[in-house]
Write a protein that binds this ligand. Structure first.
Ligand code: PGA
Length: 221
């Protein structure tokens, strides 16, 4: 595994996002029908801004989003809405090539060229919370109190945060050919360090990445 400390290599958050956007651009140029796994959350937002401003051909590409809330009462808080606003409405991807785990596809997100991940403060990737089976498939999960609290910053009130989601499993995520995981801010530094240098344990779901051959870890303040 390569461990890139972005502060040393790229300078700051904006530059690290540019780096990630460049890697996605290269992937698309080398293979127009590439498949990508994409995250939501605050961390990748500037990556999506960058990509939205570039004149890239997404017409043959396929995307799989990592997760989606179940029974989200507010349309604007769904991850599908977030992705439309942040990226899909701004690029020429075909609607039928955009996938969410709520679609019910049993082979969801297998054989992906490039997977971009964020990380939760409890070490989750997608909504694979601590204790998730390393062999887990795409499925419905209960969100932990920690995640509900973290995500409540996007809602008016914590009671509005959905308590369940559909998440891509750790097994399909690990089947990606290449993974880039990003963490921003002090809290993420601690958990990234635990995930990358600590025990490989289901209590820290992101620690499974130590078993993958092609992962880049990007941390920025
Ligand atoms: P964040 O979320 O990018 O909003 O910090 C990441 C995650 O919980 O996976």
């Amino acid at each position: 595994m390569k461990f890139i400390l972005i502060n040393d290599v790229f300078g700051d958050y904006k530059n690290s996002c540019k780096y990630v956007a460049n890697e996605i651009e290269k992937q698309l140029n080398n293979k127009p029908n590439s498949t990508f796994i994409l995250p939501t959350g605050s961390t990748p937002m500037v990556v999506y801004d960058e990509l939205s401003e570039r004149d890239l051909d997404w017409s043959k590409a396929t995307t799989y989003n990592l997760d989606e809330y179940l029974n989200c009462p507010i349309k604007e808080q769904t991850y599908e809405y977030f992705m439309d606003e942040m990226l899909f409405n701004n690029i020429n991807i075909k609607r039928e090539n955009i996938n969410f785990p709520t679609d019910g596809d049993l082979n969801y997100g297998l054989d992906v060229d490039l997977c971009l991940l964020g990380i939760g403060t409890n070490g989750h990737i997608a909504f694979n919370e601590p204790g998730s089976d390393f062999d887990s498939e795409t499925r419905i999960v209960d969100l932990t109190e920690n995640t509900i609290k973290d995500n409540s910053r996007f809602f008016y009130d914590i009671s509005e945060v959905p308590t369940q989601a559909v998440t891509m499993g750790l097994k399909p995520i690990m089947s990606s050919k290449r993974i880039i995981i990003m963490g921003k801010g002090e809290k993420k530094k601690d958990i990234l360090m635990r995930a990358l240098h600590g025990d490989i344990t289901e209590e820290v779901p992101a620690s499974i990445l130590q078993k993958h051959k092609n992962v880049e870890v990007i941390y920025c303040d």
